[in-house]
Ligand binder design. Structure first.
Ligand SMILES: [Zn+2]
Length: 305
């Protein structure tokens, strides 16, 4: 290679590289509050937009305290996505969007989902925010996101819809697969005990009873927190039920569930992904992977021994 060709090649390579970087940097930014909402968004936008999640894998949305860097991220967002139904404790994602003047760019992904209404302390009622836990509800999130990105970027609307259609097929297949996996669990073992009330939608869809010592939120919000009386009720009900195993969650401190398992004399059936997905390189780093791993843990621990 002559020196001139070599230099020219270098210049072309540098131009291509910077052009690529420019294209990456210029992509519209989608900021999601939670990891699973970010995954749904990624499935729809592909590489056309950059998707970032405020919460890190394993983080707890109920107790999350926003950082200055979150506010900066939301300021740069073309579209903001929240779960809604007060999953984000104190509505922190909405507050971030409002503070950045992005209220009109904020999409609530649970719009259109029929909520499970939980009874909270003092005769209050709350909509259970953990509605992504059935693939059929996840499809509602995906449809809301598809509509929002198509409106923002109508030029590529067909492409977003095509990706969404493929992903919705995967969600339908996931639903059937979960039903089939759980069919091996006998009726008397169909009780799912986890740290906090994250699994009501899953339980309702697949014929389980959900029990959680902490309540619907891990925080001190309505219905959250564990009283000694409630703890005793949970331990007694686990003993009485004859259930073989109870479960730890990735986004909640496992200490309480370990203690309760010991007191009730049952095994820990595994760690379930709950309010956020797993980190990069784990089986739970996507929504489909997280639902698959949870289902295998539950089926493995509760099916007839
Ligand atoms: Zn939760």
């Amino acid at each position: 290679m002559t020196r001139r060709i070599f230099v020219a090649t270098l210049v072309v390579t540098a131009l291509v590289a910077s052009g690529e970087m420019l294209a990456q940097e210029n992509r519209p930014l989608v900021v999601a509050s939670t990891t699973q909402v970010a995954d749904f968004a990624r499935q729809v936008v592909g590489d056309r937009m950059e998707v970032r999640s405020v919460l890190a894998p394993g983080a707890d949305p109920h107790l999350y305290e926003v950082k200055p860097s979150d506010a900066e991220l939301v300021r740069q967002a073309a579209i903001c996505l929240e779960n809604g139904m007060h999953l984000e404790g104190g509505d922190w994602m909405r507050k971030l969007a409002v503070a950045a003047g992005k209220e009109d760019e904020l999409v609530t992904c649970t719009v259109g989902i029929k909520p499970i209404v939980l009874k909270a302390e003092g005769n209050q009622h709350v909509d259970d925010p953990h509605s992504w836990f059935t693939p059929l509800n996840a499809a509602v999130y995906v449809n809301n996101i598809t509509q929002a990105v198509g409106k923002y970027d109508p030029q590529h609307k067909d492409e977003y819809q095509a990706r969404a259609r493929l992903y919705l097929e995967q969600l339908r297949a996931l639903h059937l697969w979960i039903r089939e996996q759980l069919s091996a669990i006998p009726p008397e073992q169909r009780i799912l005990v986890t740290s906090h009330d994250a699994f009501n939608y899953y339980c309702q869809a697949y014929g389980f009873e959900a029990r959680a010592p902490v309540g619907w939120s891990t925080g001190a919000e309505i219905g959250g927190g564990l009283t000694p009386a409630r703890r005793k009720t949970v331990v007694d009900s686990i003993r009485d039920s004859g259930v073989q195993a109870i479960f730890v969650e990735t986004s909640v401190n496992p200490k309480l569930i370990r203690e309760i398992a010991k007191e009730a004399g049952v095994a820990i059936g595994g760690t379930l992904y709950s309010d956020s997905m797993g980190g990069p390189g784990t089986a739970g780093e996507t929504y489909v992977g997280m639902m698959r791993e949870n289902t295998l843990h539950i089926a493995g621990a509760l099916k007839r021994k």
